[in-house]
Design a protein around this ligand. Structure first.
Ligand SMILES: Cc1cc2nc3c(=O)[nH]c(=O)nc-3n(C[C@H](O)[C@H](O)[C@H](O)COP(=O)(O)OP(=O)(O)OC[C@H]3O[C@@H](n4cnc5c(N)ncnc54)[C@H](O)[C@@H]3O)c2cc1C
Length: 257
């Protein structure tokens, strides 16, 4: 395959593997525009960092009203925390894409008038220089390869943070694809086995998004009350051995090439 890099360099490769995330440019080049593969999950979100004025350390705080979620997350005891504002919105806010000012206005307007830490978070959002804004969505494709091009991870089967498991799917996908390529005899067979091995595992994990959405972003007061009730007694979660989908695939072994 003849590849031209953005910087102008040209090289020829036997195979091209697109592992470039949910909005994969490689997918766009090989399979066409994102729309037919993109499944919007009715939410948008903004992530950014802000001062750790609450002194959080190795902990997170979550605030909800129906259709709105705010999270402050401190993976360490540093002086900044990760802030996260997510909201229900049936139509994807396409106008806000590629326009950070519109993204800030949209999120600030959506969270206007709420209490808790929200005013401080919205002020920090306005000042942030590391804002990440996107819709919550999944990628569903009928095939993960075409010709000599194959896709791995979010580029092919993003599950969204409602389901979790995106990192696991990406790592498992890369492992299986690499293993099948070493097993031969050619890339077409390897791509087919990669897909056959992984597809039901991917679908089971993507399906977790419905339950995850109910937990992370309850839509109605009743849903929120149910979620809070479940959190008051976390023993079923603590005692569980994990979700079936998480361990539904036994990783194949591959001989090193
Ligand atoms: C807010 C949020 C919370 C999440 N929480 C979790 C969680 O708790 N657990 C979990 O398992 N998953 C979670 N995920 C999902 C997880 O982050 C993804 O599923 C995972 O990162 C997918 O890995 P990937 O390698 O396929 O893609 P990515 O991690 O998106 O990596 C793609 C890489 O390609 C690079 N790239 C893109 N275009 C180009 C280009 N043209 N040239 C060169 N490089 C390029 C990007 O810079 C990026 O480094 C979360 C996602 C979000 C948004």
């Amino acid at each position: 395959m003849d590849v031209t890099f953005r910087g102008g360099a040209r090289r020829t490769f036997d195979l091209v593997i697109g592992a470039d995330g949910i909005h994969s440019h490689t997918r766009g080049l090989a399979f066409g525009p994102e729309e037919p593969y993109h499944r919007y999950l009715d939410h948008s979100f903004a992530g950014f960092t802000m001062p750790n004025h609450l002194g959080l350390a190795h902990e997170g705080l979550t605030w909800n009203v129906p259709g709105r979620t705010a999270v402050l997350y401190a993976p360490s005891d540093g002086n900044r925390v990760y802030a996260f504002l997510s909201f229900l919105r049936p139509d994807p806010p396409l106008d806000a894409f590629r326009d950070p000012a519109a993204q800030r206005d949209l999120v600030a307007g959506t969270f206007a008038g709420y209490a808790w830490e929200i005013p401080r978070m919205v002020a920090a959002l306005r000042d942030s220089d590391d804002l990440f804004f996107d819709v919550v969505s999944q990628i569903h494709m009928p095939r993960w390869s075409t010709g000599r091009v194959a896709l791995v991870g979010d580029a092919a089967y993003a599950p969204s943070f409602f389901s979790g498991q995106g990192s696991s799917l990406a790592l498992v996908g890369a492992y299986v694809l690499a293993g099948e390529l070493t097993a031969g005899p050619d890339h077409a067979d390897a791509y087919e086995r990669y897909e056959r091995t992984l597809r039901s595992f991917v679908e089971m994990n993507q399906a977790l998004a419905t339950e995850g959405s109910a937990g992370l972003s309850p839509r109605t007061p009743e849903d929120l009350a149910r979620r809070n009730e479940a959190l008051r007694d976390p023993s079923p979660v603590l005692n569980s051995t994990g979700r079936h989908a998480h361990s539904a695939l036994a990783l194949p072994g591959y001989d090193a090439a």
